[in-house]
Write a protein that binds this ligand. Structure first.
Ligand code: FAD
Ligand code: PYC
Length: 416
């Protein structure tokens, strides 16, 4: 039997690492592309992948100022569900949800989608009426919503404090069994590798500093590596969407706010579903490696710092302790913030702008991770065919002029 000393382990490990294949190329930017996508988060990468794979548009660059998935994609709490109230939103999010089970196969990359169910707790009669209305609307749309009473909640989540003496007693919940969680980094990496293998150029550490517009048409983008011409410019920059729009002389109805999350030290398996509470306000699940993954409400001020205020996470941790008294001794390992792009109706903006050839896909706010595959798919279709995909049509920018808003504040799941 071969003996391994520490020295040989390190040597073999190093050699193995040196022979690893790069997951994607690191190309020099070309002078021009058919389409440039600004933003290398999940939505931008998914858009590039479906443009190439479904529509054969391969002359595409994804331009990312940092590293792929380093924005909200790699900072979110990974909750996936489709239990939205309005038909327009429910159809879009459910289209996305139905893509998750096949995504690892499609990308040949394990995105660790785990449909472990999502529970939204009700603590007052008003909560319950609102939840019941949403469950009924979901069922009319073919979405697997169910109502649970307190006993049903307690049976599924034994650690939850379901005592009638709790400050906000659990009176019931909605339950979507097909919802769950996925591995956020893997989603970015999977789409990146798959897009690269279709010929898409992924340009990291490349910041878009301007959008060149002439006679009302976009001609390309100024970047930290020079001008890149493009027939179409597609901005998928989440919290920086307003900044990019301003480069083209546009103003979007978007506020950029910090949203924070935390992970605890690893625990033995103790929570096998996702629990969300709007009233007490926290959302929590357990990652496969044992950490509790906990999310807060959006901070109350606008900002571009990827961090938030301590009072917000303090409030969230109070809520966790109130709902799960046994977690009160768990130590938190890390916390961070992302910059979310919130629209007045808590719904995205997908489609063309008044500048010819300039498109935006943004405004997903606190809830866009779950939509990543569907968002990329419908936006690629919109770009390739130069008309809105039917599922994207209700989310055009014009709705803020016509007043046809799709109010999803109730289903957004996060206070803001
Ligand atoms: P991002 O991943 O943010 O990608 C945008 C990219 O654009 C960034 O990488 C950025 O660097 C780049 N960029 C910006 N400006 C420029 C420029 N000038 N030039 C080049 N590149 C630029 N959603 C859910 O569905 N479920 C959840 O549980 C959930 N939890 C969340 C928890 C937190 C703490 C946060 C912050 C968000 C959460 N979300 C959740 C929301 C979700 O993360 C986002 O809606 C989604 O990830 C947005 O993806 P994206 O690809 O559009 O944006
Ligand atoms: O949209 O489900 C969601 C969500 C949970 C946490 C943040 N967003």
């Amino acid at each position: 039997m071969e003996k391994y000393s520490l020295f040989s382990l390190v040597k073999h490990g190093r050699r193995h690492h040196e022979t690893w294949q790069r997951a994607w190329r690191d190309p020099a930017p070309k002078k021009s592309y058919d389409t440039v996508i600004v933003g290398g988060g999940g939505h931008g990468l998914a858009t590039a992948y479906y443009l190439a794979k479904v529509h054969g548009v391969r002359d595409v660059a994804v331009i990312e100022k940092g590293y792929l998935g380093g924005g909200n994609t790699g900072r979110n709490t990974t909750i996936v569900r489709s239990n939205y109230l309005r038909d327009e939103a429910a159809h879009l999010y459910d289209f996305a949800l139905k893509m998750w089970p096949g995504l690892s196969q499609d990308l040949n990359f394990n995105v660790m989608f785990s449909p472990r169910g999502v529970m939204n707790l009700g603590h007052t009669l008003h909560d319950l009426r609102e939840i019941e209305r949403r469950v009924n609307a979901n069922r009319l749309n073919g979405i697997d919503g169910q109502m649970l009473d307190t006993a049903g909640v307690e049976e599924r989540v034994p650690l939850l404090n379901c005592s009638p003496d709790a400050r906000y007693p659990v009176l019931g919940a909605s339950w979507q069994p097909s919802g769950g969680v996925a591995r956020h980094d893997a989603v970015a990496w999977g789409y990146a590798r798959a897009a690269d293998s279709q010929g898409v150029d992924l340009l990291q550490q490349t910041e878009v500093t301007g959008i060149r517009v002439r006679n009302g048409s976009a001609e390309g983008v100024e970047t930290s590596r020079g001008f890149i011409a493009a027939r179409k410019v597609a901005c998928v920059a989440a919290g920086h969407s307003g900044v990019l729009a301003a480069m083209a002389g546009l103003r979007l109805p978007i506020e950029s706010r910090p949203l924070q999350a935390l992970v605890s030290e690893p625990l033995k398996p103790c929570l096998d579903t996702v629990v969300m509470s709007n009233a007490v306000h926290c959302y929590i699940s357990q990652a496969d490696k044992g950490d509790l993954v906990i999310g807060a409400g959006a901070d109350m001020y606008n900002g571009y710092g990827q961090r938030g205020s301590f009072s917000t996470i303090e409030h969230t941790l109070q809520a966790v302790c109130e709902l799960f008294p046994s977690f009160s001794r768990v130590r938190m390992n890390r916390h961070w913030g992302g910059i979310v792009d919130i629209c007045p109706d808590a719904c995205p903006i997908i489609g063309q702008t008044p500048v010819e050839g300039l498109y935006f896909n943004c405004g997903w706010g606190t809830g866009g991770f779950k939509a990543t595959p569907g968002s990329g798919y419908v936006f690629a279709d919109t770009l390739a065919n130069e008309r809105p995909h039917p599922l994207a049509a209700p989310f055009a920018l014009e709705r803020f002029a016509t007043g046809a808003l799709v109010d999803e504040h109730g289903a957004a799941g996060v206070a803001h």
